[in-house]
Design a protein around this ligand. Structure first.
Ligand code: GLV
Ligand code: GLV
Length: 335
């Protein structure tokens, strides 16, 4: 009997067909997000799962699952971020966790720029005005926004996506500053990424446009709050393509309402898809439903990576995008 694989959300059937020689597939055709109880039930007896960030794999889920059944070897997410997986618990329970990094860097950087430009130049607000039939006359001073060219771009989180965002700034004559837990090699900062390292306080106070591109961990939850936002310029915009939970959304909403900052471009929210509806009452925001990596080519590449990871695992090979190597060690040595 072939090992069983759960595909937690249906997607690109032509790509999923690559799995059929290796697995008995159970594909969630309902396009509904499973609850923890449903996930446990579906994962029972499965070798692995391909899922998205919507599938929360908590320590309680893994413990409950492992107490009834020990088959699960790999969970493979179609995302670079894996904050929905409790990695320590995966390792403890000998479950390999994999993600789909790198192939999305350029596409995600493109989108960060799209959000930044739409926010600074009030593109969606102006479109809503036009669609609503409000355009009765043109004015010299209407929908005045902020310039991108010649301004200072701040990047918090200078990983592969942050670097791809920075590289794009050269054509706009921007000054790029960044902060990261670890400073990049000073020799390559400027040469490769045209970016200059600054401390965290300076990043908030000096940026005209600040883009968040850091991974979510419990330590960064709500790490952008009153202290950070009050340091920003009143003319500044905040762009988030990372994870919503990094920002204290109540503080941000207040700052946008009172004009403490000029605008925000948000692709991610603390509670997706049940995001804070107070954002909808604001005009100075551009809001998108977590689509920064959503180009046809990139999403297909990400799904292919997720597939490659489970196929490697079932062949007894090391999955190319393994996050927790200790699980591999334990799994392969003790099984
Ligand atoms: C699961 O429920 C998913 O979204 O992958
Ligand atoms: C998307 O948010 C991802 O982590 O790939």
């Amino acid at each position: 009997m072939r090992p069983k694989l759960l595909v937690a959300r249906a997607m690109f059937p032509d790509l999923l067909s690559r799995l059929t020689p290796y697995f008995d597939l159970e594909i969630n055709q309902e396009d509904r997000i499973f609850t923890e109880d449903e996930l446990i039930e579906r994962l029972h007896g499965k070798f692995g799962m391909i899922c998205t960030s919507s599938a929360k794999i908590s320590s309680s889920l893994l413990q409950r699952l492992k107490s009834i059944n020990d088959d699960l070897k790999i969970i493979s997410t179609i995302a670079v971020g894996y904050d929905n997986f409790d990695i320590a618990s995966c390792t403890e329970n000998r479950v390999m966790a994999t993600n789909s990094p790198d192939v999305l860097n350029e596409t995600t950087a493109d989108f960060a720029w799209a959000l930044m430009m739409a926010t600074a130049r009030r593109v969606t607000e102006a479109e809503a005005f036009l669609r609503d039939g409000e355009w009765k006359k043109w004015s010299v001073d209407f929908f005045l926004g902020a310039d991108i060219h010649g301004s200072t771009l701040g990047i918090l989180g200078m990983g592969r996506i942050g670097q791809a965002i920075a590289r794009r700034a050269a054509g706009f004559g921007m000054q790029v500053i960044y902060h990261n837990r670890q400073r990049l090699d000073p020799d390559i900062e400027l040469k490769a990424h045209c970016a200059e390292y600054v401390d965290r306080e300076t990043l908030f106070s000096a940026s005209d446009h600040l883009i968040l591109a850091l991974p979510f961990t419990p330590e960064v939850r709500h790490s952008i709050g009153v202290a950070e936002i009050s340091r920003m310029k009143r003319s500044a915009t905040l762009i988030n393509i990372a994870r919503g939970g990094i920002v204290d959304e109540d503080v941000l909403i207040d700052a946008l309402r009172t004009g403490q900052i000029a605008g925000a471009g948000l692709d991610v929210f603390e509670n997706e898809p049940n995001f804070n509806r107070a954002f909808l009452d604001l005009k100075n925001v551009v809001l998108t439903p977590h689509i920064a990596s959503a180009s046809e080519q990139t999403r297909r590449a990400m799904v292919s990576q997720a597939i490659n990871n489970v196929i490697a695992a079932v062949k007894g090979e090391i999955p190319p995008n393994l996050i927790n190597r200790q699980a591999l060690h334990l799994g392969f040595e003790q099984n």
